[in-house]
Design a protein around this ligand. Structure first.
Ligand code: HEC
Length: 584
């Protein structure tokens, strides 16, 4: 990242430019006065945040009207353990009428759960109307300038979008001409015969591509359209959640790279390759473009698309058909999960940030047995639609003490810009929205990383703690019951395997480091067993075989969690799971 780090300040010239008042508070000091601390996040130098609103439910994407109303969509369902959404509709209208940086008007609207609604992710404004994803539909509300909650009934613009499989969300964007581009994420990880199972080959051809893993185009001005294979605009995009237009009208989309290279293909990929590969991508969307999924993935270390193991790939050497697919504009570390994108077209932020891309990374689960990562907002400098230098972490600290999908305090999920150029960041754990403004000196502004948050300073790089860098390193093994026919040592070893500290166990990635469950794996501590009777024998069988057809989750558990565990390892980790399930 050296090219985008601030150069050592040349003090005399800085003094000259800043003048006396600014010298008393150069931009770093201004940022320090922002009290970002109470917001739970750190930001690049010169930027300040307020908590705009909080505890709103599972807030996904946002959009801001020209008269400064922030609209957000919220979601519910399986992905959030079917928890109870806040009472009222799934759409939110928020406004700060006093200029305090906090919304004093917070209204819910649209159909609620009792009316059969489950909410959604996508939301956008076009031609004075508000468009929102709702279940399998995109609906639109006419809206008058000054109106906070649209008074009229919604019109259905598009219906019949699939809600099954690994990626049931439908973010979208609308261009100035009314083209509505909607993301249909893939139903599977890599179009395998047996989703996410070891050595399972890819369907050839991958017929899933007819209705999934691409971008479809509809007309925002037309009511009553029905989703079909016919309107596909671009293909091979596994899940393109974040859309952003630049000033020239180019449309960019983020791409969630596939999972489980090493867990499904251990002879071809090392554990660390499975952790780091493939890249998350920023793509420029082109009509008819094929971005490679499922035959190809982007290897950021080789800077090219290579053939996936499900389609004859040999661990990243052969390119094959991938030579003809579209590569990314910029690439990011594996499994960070880019949930939203904003190309900064405002003027409040200083020059180096203009026209660049902000990307909200929801955070990983598939970096086990290594520490999870992401859970931040990145800034990627751009110029004329191309990457112009390396990215920096712009906002950090969202996860708090635990970078773990089940325990993260907050997970970035949406980005939007207000008419004044303020940046809004949303979270889908508690439903917090931050409002970020620039308070530093524009003349000396540089693209620079946010300081490491206090809770994660060890993991962020400088001085490594002696016990290692894993989020749970140094954790004491609690006093747990020991199952009949097992030993205390087995439970202790199982604890370390579960947390990726021994034998590359992956369990905590999906079940959470506290084993209380995440969006991709269930709670193992509540004494409720879906598979078997909770006996050590039944648990051992589940761990050995995995769960190819989960009852309550879309993503499967591969045998042994995808790790190369010995029989002794399986016995130990099963004893540990028995122990944590029998503490109540
Ligand atoms: C890729 C994600 C993933 C990984 C990695 C993973 N699991 Fe699972 N696990 C799941 C899912 C999904 C289920 C099935 C839930 C369902 O059927 O609704 C499950 C189910 C289970 C169950 C059965 C729970 C019940 O209710 O009967 C046990 C026990 C279990 N996992 C233990 C482990 C252990 C031990 C490891 C590590 C060796 C592990 N899992 C790794 C996702 C995962």
């Amino acid at each position: 990242m050296s090219s985008t780090q601030p150069s050592k300040m040349n003090l005399p010239s800085v003094l000259l430019v800043l003048g006396v008042a600014a010298v008393a508070a150069p931009h770093g000091a201004v940022a320090a006065e922002c009290q970002n601390q109470e917001t739970g996040i750190t930001l690049s130098p010169g930027f300040c945040a307020t908590v705009f609103a909080d505890n709103l439910g599972h807030v996904r994407q946002m959009t801001v009207s020209s008269d400064n109303v922030v609209y957000a969509n919220t979601w519910s369902g399986r992905y959030y353990h079917n928890d109870t959404p806040p009472a009222g509709g799934f759409l939110l209208a928020l406004k700060d009428t006093s200029g305090s940086g906090k919304a004093d008007v917070v209204k819910r609207f649209g159909p609620d759960k009792a009316a059969g609604a489950a909410g959604g992710t996508g939301i956008a404004l076009y031609n004075g109307a508000l468009y929102a994803e709702l279940n399998d539909k995109i609906v639109s509300y006419a809206r008058a300038q000054g109106e906070i909650v649209p008074a009229g009934q919604p019109k259905t613009v598009l219906s019949g979008m699939p809600l099954t499989g690994d990626h049931p969300m439908h973010p979208f964007a609308i261009d100035a001409k009314g083209n509505l581009f909607v993301d249909l994420g893939s139903a599977t990880n890599a179009c395998q015969d047996d989703n996410r199972m070891p050595l399972s080959p890819g369907h050839n051809p991958c017929t899933e591509l007819e209705t999934r893993a691409g971008i479809w185009r509809y007309d925002a001005n037309k009511a009553g359209q029905t989703f079909s294979a016919a309107a596909r605009y671009a293909t091979g995009i596994r899940n393109g959640e974040g859309f952003g237009f630049d000033k020239a009208g180019r449309l960019f989309v983020t791409q969630h790279g596939r999972d489980q290279l090493s867990q499904n293909w251990p002879k071809l990929y090392s554990v660390d390759q499975g952790v780091e590969l493939p890249a998350e991508e920023l793509l420029e969307l082109k009509q008819g473009g094929d971005y490679g999924w499922p035959e190809c993935y982007y290897d950021q270390s080789q800077k090219k698309l290579v053939l996936a193991p499900e389609y004859g790939g040999d661990g990243g050497k052969t390119v094959g058909v991938c030579a003809d697919k579209e590569g990314p504009v910029a690439a990011f570390p594996g499994h960070w999960a880019p949930n939203d994108l904003l190309i900064y077209t405002g003027t409040q932020f200083p020059e180096p940030y203009r026209d660049g891309a902000f990307i909200a990374f929801h955070g990983s689960w598939n970096r086990a047995p290594r520490a999870q990562a992401g859970y931040n907002v990145v800034f990627q400098p751009m110029s004329d639609g191309k990457a112009a230098g390396d990215y920096v972490v712009f906002a950090d600290g969202f996860a708090g003490a635990h970078k773990d999908p089940g325990r993260a305090a907050f997970r970035p999920s949406g980005l939007a810009m207000g008419p004044d150029g303020a940046l809004y960041i949303s979270d889908d754990v508690h439903g917090r929205i931050w409002r970020v403004t620039y308070r530093g000196d524009a003349a000396t502004a540089r693209v620079a990383a946010a300081p490491a948050p206090a809770a994660a300073s060890g993991a962020a790089g400088a001085a490594l703690p002696p016990e290692g860098t894993h989020a749970d390193a140094g954790r004491a093994t609690p006093d747990l019951p020991v199952p009949p026919d097992a030993t205390k040592d087995q439970v202790a070893l199982g604890d370390r395997i579960f947390h990726g500290e021994a034998d590359n166990g992956t369990c905590s990635g999906c079940h959470g480091s506290d084993a209380k469950g995440t969006s991709v794996g269930p709670d193992l501590t509540n004494g409720i067993w879906v598979w078997g009777d909770g006996s050590l024998g039944a648990i051992t069988k589940t761990v050995t075989d995995g769960v190819p057809r989960p009852r309550n989750y879309t993503g499967v558990m591969p045998p042994k969690g995808g790790a190369q565990l010995s029989d002794a390892d399986v016995a130990a980790v099963s004893a540990y799971v028995w122990a944590i399930g029998h503490t109540k």
